[in-house]
Design a protein around this ligand. Structure first.
Ligand code: FES
Length: 314
């Protein structure tokens, strides 16, 4: 996987739990182009381990002098968001993956409804820049906790005016999921990014309202969560690899020099699909069907049990 080397040009603390980072190429050149909805995987070094989390690019795709991401400090962090909030400083350098887009804008839509929950606003900041440049019709629904996850509210009020609909849960304001699917122009596409329960509610309501599934697009928060340590065994070499609590199985394999393809690193794209032959699996992906889970797992998020090694067909 080719990588980009960048330096931290700017850090902004937007709310008590959200920080924004601006990256520039180490050699001062322009960074590779990307389309709205793209993410990069940020490599975060630590004591004896490297975490890799995917973050949406929120900067204007037309301006590749820099990339911007915003990160929420997670309560149950494996260390990635803690590292970015408490250790990374202006002038430090980092490795990023090339941008990749698993959440693109539809080129067929005649109107776009964007629905963000908290830090799920980030891909839509790039969307808005691209939609404005194209002169396309859109509306943004932004649900947040006032003073905590409303990182871009002031800026969006200025930029969007009536196209912004905001909902502060701490003031008792609630997003009306049913209304989002009512009275929209023909050819409307809906895009959602936020917690899984919001995405589930939107997909269920879309189906109940008779919207075709291909007009509803969603992206879940991608960072894997920590778990208990476990051991995997590679069937083809007999090697045993220990997976500590704060690393994903994918990261532990990478650290041991075992390459597994990956894109989202959050259990949604299917790229890292791996066959296993024995052992217990705690499946945490949003990709495999219950039948597929009998033989396959997603090592970017799923973990093994503690009792005996998980035998992978690698
Ligand atoms: S990398 Fe996307 S599901 Fe694992």
């Amino acid at each position: 996987m080719s990588q980009l080397e960048v330096k931290v040009a700017r850090i902004r603390q937007l709310t008590p739990v959200i920080r924004e980072f601006t990256f520039e190429a180490l050699d001062g050149r322009r960074l590779p182009g990307f389309s709205a909805g793209s993410h990069v995987v940020v490599e975060m070094p630590g004591a004896g381990r490297t975490l890799r989390n995917a973050y949406s690019l929120l900067s204007d795709p037309a301006d590749t002098r820099h990339y911007r991401i915003a990160v929420r400090l997670q309560d149950a962090s494996r260390g990635g968001s803690r590292y970015l909030h408490h250790e990374l400083a202006v002038g430090d350098w980092l490795r990023l993956s090339m941008p990749h887009n698993l959440f693109p804008l539809s080129s067929l839509a005649r109107h776009h409804v964007l629905v963000a929950g908290g830090i799920g606003i980030t891909p839509f900041l790039a969307y808005i820049a691209e939609l404005k440049a194209r002169g396309e019709s859109f509306e943004l629904h932004y649900a947040y906790r006032g003073g905590l996850t409303d990182a871009y509210l002031g800026e969006l009020r200025e930029r969007l005016g009536d196209a912004l609909h905001s909902y502060n849960s701490l003031a008792g304001e609630r997003l009306d999921v049913t209304a989002l699917f009512t009275g929209k122009p023909l050819g409307t596409h809906l895009y959602a990014c936020g917690p899984q329960n919001l995405l589930d509610a939107l997909h269920a309501q879309g189906q109940a309202s008779g919207w075709p599934a291909e007009r509803i697009h969603s992206e879940a928060f991608a960072a894997p969560e920590p778990g208990l340590p476990f051991v995997v065994e590679l069937a083809q070499s007999g090697r045993r690899i220990e997976v500590p609590a704060e690393l994903s199985l994918l990261e532990a394999l990478e650290q041991a020099g075992v390459e597994v393809p990956s894109l989202c690193r959050g259990g949604v794209c299917g790229q890292c699909e791996t066959r296993y032959l024995a052992g217990e699996v705690e499946h945490r992906d949003h990709f495999l069907s219950p039948d597929e889970r009998a033989a396959l797992l997603m090592p970017c998020v799923s973990r093994g049990g503690c009792d005996r090694p998980l035998l992978l067909d690698l």
